[in-house]
Design a binder for this molecule. Structure first.
Ligand SMILES: Cc1ncc(C[n+]2csc(CCOP(=O)(O)OP(=O)(O)O)c2C)c(N)n1
Ligand SMILES: [Mg+2]
Length: 200
């Protein structure tokens, strides 16, 4: 297994920072650890944590951003999850939603299933792929100062944002959101659209 080098950001600190004072931000969590991270930052009715649908998080975010142009949408997902759905980057680049940000927590591992290396451990540059697809605001993030800049860009809503945040491959306790998909969907819809929308 290739060794990570240098000091790395801690995923739960990054996510807590990005979500502090989140206001009306709609947050989609990619399956597994990113969903545990957003829940660790505080379970929230405007979170849509995924328990499956590997490869689909960015596209769920795109649909939400197009349907809710006045809201800001943040997808927080993992490198393995994003690598499984990289075609999404092309579609998102073409659609150019101003209100969508995608943050990939890149530990260079499939953490949830036993820390097997992903391709980012071998130099695959997801931010470069996003930029080449046409997402102009695509960044590789490695420092606390860059996390703060990223947060400002997410909240500015001034164009689609993509960030590959290099994080430590740490194993952390699971912090689980509710497991019932219907509950999560109804809770999210009610918070976003009002109580009458919950069961539609
Ligand atoms: C289609 C599909 N393939 C594989 C899995 C098993 N699986 C669940 S989470 C995961 C790893 C996700 O890795 P990453 O997105 O990098 O998140 P990390 O845990 O590293 O933060 C895998 C392989 C799955 N749930 N669905
Ligand atoms: Mg990973």
């Amino acid at each position: 297994m290739s060794k990570q080098t240098g000091r790395r950001l801690h995923r739960r600190e990054v996510v807590k920072q990005l979500l502090a004072g989140r206001g009306g931000l709609l947050v989609v969590g990619g399956l597994g650890a990113p969903t545990w991270d957003i829940t660790d930052a505080g379970d929230h009715e405007l979170n849509f944590p995924l328990w499956g649908a590997m490869g689909g998080a960015a596209m769920i975010g795109l649909g939400l951003a197009l349907a809710q142009p006045k809201k800001k949408v943040l997808v927080i997902t993992g490198d393995g999850e994003m690598l499984m759905g990289t075609g999404a980057l092309a579609t998102i680049a073409v659609q150019r939603p101003r209100n969508l940000s995608i943050v990939v927590l890149d530990n260079e591992r499939y953490g949830e299933t036993g820390m097997q290396e992903t391709h980012t451990a071998h130099g695959v540059d997801l931010a470069g792929m996003a930029k080449a697809a046409g997402i102009a605001h695509s960044y590789s993030v490695r420092t606390g100062a860059e996390v703060l800049q990223l947060k400002q860009r997410i909240h500015a809503g001034a164009g689609t944002v993509f960030a590959q945040v290099k994080i430590d491959a740490e194993r952390l306790p699971l912090v689980l959101p509710p497991r019932d998909g219907a509950l999560l969907k109804n809770r999210f819809r009610a918070a976003l659209l009002g109580p009458q929308a919950a069961h539609q």
